[in-house]
Design a protein around this ligand. Structure first.
Ligand code: GLN
Length: 538
């Protein structure tokens, strides 16, 4: 079967959830047996979001092949269980870089290099790259930003050209917003009309409109939108706010989004997607009554997207443990010895978040000391694991000035230090230890019990590491290095076996946790938190 291309654009405002709609559509098509992938085109100039701080763009997601990617790729993986790669996320910066490289090589044979056709050709080449592998029946392409933005124009123009080239193998889905004006007690369709007009002005007629709304958009209103926007009435569907994003595939299927797409590309619409495993998850979510209270100690707590994958992994793990997740954010900058008792008391488990730099770090040590001494299930991820090591060095090994050389390069006890191969690196972009690496877990360690095996592979994003010259001291004092990279002997997992559950991972397990295949270490952590809460309630 020829690859079909679905383009998802957005209008009116940003943050409408194009990523969730794209993921939901992929989910439904996969449940119908098709091979699907999703890619995101981001109109900003950065080569990748790796150099963006979380205030700018939320979490930086990491693919197995070590690409620092937009957080929407996390949604794609969580909803579809497929693995993305660097081919699934392309920015304007990457497009230009590649065109400029070609120009310098002389590939354009003396021609003037222009946005049309050279930039658009490069965009089109990237759009089709995954499709050309022959591995996919559908390639869904989400165009970042909002229609009408100056910077997304070359992408939109490329979609227009591709629509001609692809003919019936192409579907355009446009996501818009239908605001509710409280004073008038009315939903307003005008912004949608304008946004579709804007798309039409650049030569794209959407096939399907998805209306983001907080209130029900009446059939009559949808018919009106269809009429004004040149879209079939049944192809105007609403995406009303739901308690969890994981219900969106079901909501989309109820309104036949999958069938509309199949019909448009000439594929049979009979039969139903197999949503059984997905519905099982939703059922568990609906029937969970008891809660599990997890605290997340980090410095970006005012920003809900900064720890997106951790939130979702915890939510999945709580659901599979038949619990509602009560996640409490604890600002590491505001945590100190005087208030730690009050802030952490009552929590069933604590996560120490990843991060970079000095800010908020002392609060993480305060939290860790408290958690270790009170024997609360505690999970340190990346910087969180490094903080576990430093806190242990300071308060158990008695090395009061122990630190990571990231925070203090003159520390006499560099228990966390720069990796050897990082020492000569001066470029910041794409130069960390990135992507999936193998890890061998010690037999019978709690981590190995969690995974149910000793050979695992997880994704990384860091420059610093456990300093192996301290390994024996830690082992003797009770913090065990139970996971290591078989090739480099870098320490990947530490744990204190005598505690209820006290584990730090240098890797980021949150990147590989999906709805249908939740990450085992999160499941185990939340299970320990649940057991602890039961124990407390006895
Ligand atoms: N800042 C630490 C490092 O670079 C940890 C990074 C992280 O938490 N992702 O090693």
């Amino acid at each position: 079967m020829e690859t079909k291309y679905i383009f998802v654009t957005g209008g009116v405002v940003s943050s409408l959830g194009k990523g969730i709609i794209s993921s939901s559509l992929a989910n439904l098509l996969i449940a119908r047996g098709y091979r699907v992938t999703i890619q995101k085109f981001d109109p900003y100039i950065n080569i990748d979001p790796g150099t963006l701080n979380p205030y700018e763009h939320g979490e930086c997601y990491v693919t197995v092949d070590g690409h620092e990617a937009d957080l929407d790729l996390g949604h794609y993986e969580r909803f579809t269980n497929i693995r993305t790669t660097r081919a699934n996320n392309v920015t304007t910066g990457r497009i230009y870089q590649s065109v400029i490289d070609k120009e310098r090589r002389g590939d354009y044979l003396g021609k003037t290099v222009q946005i049309v056709p050279h930039i658009t050709d490069e965009i089109k080449r990237n759009v089709k790259a995954l499709g050309n592998t022959g591995q996919f029946d559908f390639v869904i392409t989400e165009i970042g930003g909002t229609v009408g933005d100056i910077e997304s124009l070359p992408f939109i123009e490329s979609v227009r050209q591709l629509r001609w080239e692809l003919g019936n193998n192409c579907v355009c889905v446009h996501l818009t917003y239908v605001p509710y004006i409280a004073a008038a007690k009315e939903l307003k369709t005008k912004p949608t009309q304008h946004s579709v007009k804007q798309l039409q002005e650049v030569g794209i007629q959407p096939d399907i409109l998805v209306l983001r709304t907080e209130k029900n958009v009446s059939p009559e209103m949808r018919r009106k939108i269809a009429l004004f926007c040149n879209v079939a009435p049944e192809a105007v569907i609403q995406s009303i706010d739901v308690p969890t994003i994981y219900q969106v595939p079901i909501k989309m299927h109820e309104q036949h989004l999958d069938e509309l797409v199949l019909k448009r590309v000439g594929l049979p619409t009979d039969g139903e997607p197999n949503m059984k495993p997905w519905l099982h998850f939703l059922d568990k979510m609906a029937y969970a009554e008891k809660t599990v209270r997890i605290g997340l100690v980090g410095k970006y707590v005012e920003l809900q997207d900064a720890y997106k994958s951790i939130n979702e992994s915890l939510f999945q793990a709580a659901t599979y443990n038949d619990r509602k997740l009560k996640l409490e954010y604890i600002h590491s900058e505001k945590l100190n010895d005087a208030n730690v008792d009050e802030r952490l008391n009552g929590l069933d488990g604590v996560i120490i978040a990843p991060g970079f730099g000095q800010r908020g770090i002392e609060g993480k040590f305060v939290a860790l000391k408290w958690c270790r001494e009170h024997d609360v299930p505690t999970f340190g991820i990346c910087l969180g694991m490094q903080c576990m090591v430093i806190e242990f060095a300071r308060n158990v090994l008695g090395l009061a000035e122990a630190n990571s050389t990231e925070m203090d390069h003159a520390t006499p006890y560099n228990v966390i230090d720069l990796m050897e191969e990082q020492k000569s690196i001066s470029n910041m972009g794409g130069t960390m230890r990135l992507g999936a690496y193998d890890c061998v877990l010690r037999d019978n360690s709690r981590a190995a019990q969690a995974y149910g095996k000793t050979n695992i592979s997880e994704r990384h994003r860091h420059r610093f590491e456990f300093n192996n010259s301290y390994r024996d001291s830690f082992e003797q004092a009770g913090m065990k290095c139970v996971g290591e990279n078989p090739a480099t002997h870098l320490v990947e997992v530490v744990e204190i076996p005598e505690k209820r559950w006290y584990i730090g991972t240098q890797y980021h397990p949150e990147y590989s946790s999906t709805v249908l295949s939740p990450n085992p270490i999160f499941l185990s952590f939340v299970k320990a938190a649940v057991d602890y809460s039961e124990e407390k309630n006895k």
